[in-house]
Design a protein around this ligand. Structure first.
Ligand code: ADP
Ligand code: MG
Length: 425
């Protein structure tokens, strides 16, 4: 893959596809909404009522943008934000979310103005692109305002890609978190321009490659998060590579149910029980140790002010839902991590957004921070969680900006965005 740092960019206009899909938080409350596991719909709130909860993805995109600016390029950044709804451009643009708060934060962090186009690849973008000077930065509006961005139809995506490519001389792919999407700005546009990978993408791929090719053992994988269906494929691929699989979070209840335990009102994907049963049998056959919660912190409803209660043992009574792993499970996980030489962690072990149910996530994060060896955190919510825990800098080898993208890489799947960057022009 060609590196952006090796491209001749002086005096040229560079289109940088970044991942700026940051979680937003309601200024009136504390529940983070945005890129993570939050229900769609909360993301389209009117601008002004929300602020950026975690600007990690914006910060991660700075090195490439700074390098291009320092080398006298004009930089046009393209990114998606949340999930705009509506059948056509006008409806989506009217409903938002606009990248306005992201443009403002990017300008603050860069220490120079960022011009936000009022459209994606229309009149406003064209005027800005044709009048920009070297060293200037512009941001296109939310690329998902264009329904073509995510179209399954190659021609429909191609038309948008053509308009995006016309804005610039060179394309740099640096939005690692979107690399698993065959979208117009990720896959089709780089094929139309000289292209290269940005520093973030190269760093992410470098670390993930270490995890897939002969990681030091014991290799311990910690999986949590809301849905088991999101993670089954990666479990399939990790069986045979990892030595130990620690399973927590919402997905653990489907595992416990598959083993015949009561899970009360906990989040459960009953339709996934057969696949989970197969995964457990495969792990057993491959000699992979699977560790499930042995106690829980439960409540009678899903709310920040719900009363937390510890339930001993793997079963959860009716009327209660598991919202975090219990103290005995935290101890058990700590022991199972103590001799690890390689750790990959994806998905918070509990509803860390509610302080009363964040202890398990903190315990796991701390245990991993004590591991000497390669420690990688993947996933938007997991990354946001660890950044909020105030662990010392360098507590992890790498905090990936891409949840789905890092999981698909570890599943062994080809990421369309990487494939396009690898293609010859
Ligand atoms: P990531 O973005 O790191 O890949 P996921 O999106 O898979 O993680 O899951 C994150 C979400 O999982 C968080 O919002 C967290 O509140 C939720 N979660 C964790 N444990 C539970 C639980 N026991 N019940 C419901 N949701 C949970
Ligand atoms: Mg998530």
């Amino acid at each position: 893959m060609k590196r952006a740092e090796d491209l001749e960019v002086g005096g040229r206009t560079v289109l940088v596809r970044a991942d700026l899909n940051v979680p937003m938080e309601d200024t009136g409350g504390s529940r983070a909404v945005g890129s993570g596991g939050s229900p769609p719909g909360q993301e389209s709130a009117p601008p002004g009522q929300h602020r950026i909860a975690d600007d990690g993805r914006i910060r991660a995109s700075l090195p490439t943008i700074r390098d291009l600016l320092a080398r006298e390029a004009a930089v046009i950044v393209c990114a998606h934000f949340g999930r705009p709804k509506g059948d056509d451009y006008a409806a989506r643009a009217a409903g938002g979310p606009s990248l306005r708060p992201v443009a403002d934060r990017l300008a603050e962090l860069l220490g120079r103005p960022v011009t936000l186009a009022s459209d994606v690849a229309g009149e406003s973008a064209r005027v800005i692109a044709s009048t920009m000077a070297a060293g200037e930065v512009a941001l296109l509006e939310n690329v998902r305002f264009e329904p073509a961005e995510t179209s399954k139809d190659d021609q429909v995506r191609g038309e948008l890609a053509g308009r995006l490519a016309a804005l610039a001389d060179v394309y740099v792919g640096d939005g690692f978190g979107a690399m698993h999407r065959k979208h117009a700005s990720v896959y089709d546009t780089p094929l139309l321009l000289p292209h290269a990978a940005g520093q973030l993408v190269l760093a992410e791929v470098g670390v993930l490659r270490q995890l897939t090719s002969s990681p030091a053992q014991p290799y311990v994988v910690v999986l949590g998060g809301a849905k088991v269906s999101d993670k089954l494929a990666v479990i399939g691929n990790l069986v045979g590579k990892a030595d130990r699989l620690l399973i927590a979070g919402g997905m653990a209840y489907t595992f416990l149910a598959a083993q015949g335990h009561q899970v009360g009102g906990s989040i459960l994907q009953a339709d996934q029980i057969p696949q989970v049963t197969t995964a457990l049998a495969d792990a057993d056959k491959a000699g992979v140790e699977v560790v499930l919660p042995v106690d829980h912190v439960v409540a009678d409803r899903f709310a920040a002010d719900a009363e937390p209660e510890v339930v001993h043992g793997p079963d959860i009574p009716d009327g209660k839902m598991g919202l975090d792993i219990g103290p005995a499970t935290s101890d058990l996980f700590r022991r199972k991590l103590s001799d690890a030489k390689t750790v990959f962690w994806n998905g918070p072990p509990g509803v860390f957004e509610f302080p009363a149910f964040a202890a398990g996530t903190l315990a796991v994060a701390e245990a991993i921070s004590h591991v000497t060896g390669l420690t990688v955190v993947g996933g938007g919510d997991s990354a946001a969680a660890v950044r909020h825990l105030n662990l010392p800098a360098g507590a992890f080898t790498h905090i990936s900006t891409g949840g789905g993208a890092s999981l698909e890489y570890l599943e062994g799947r080809e990421l369309p965005g990487l494939a396009a960057l690898e293609a010859e022009t």
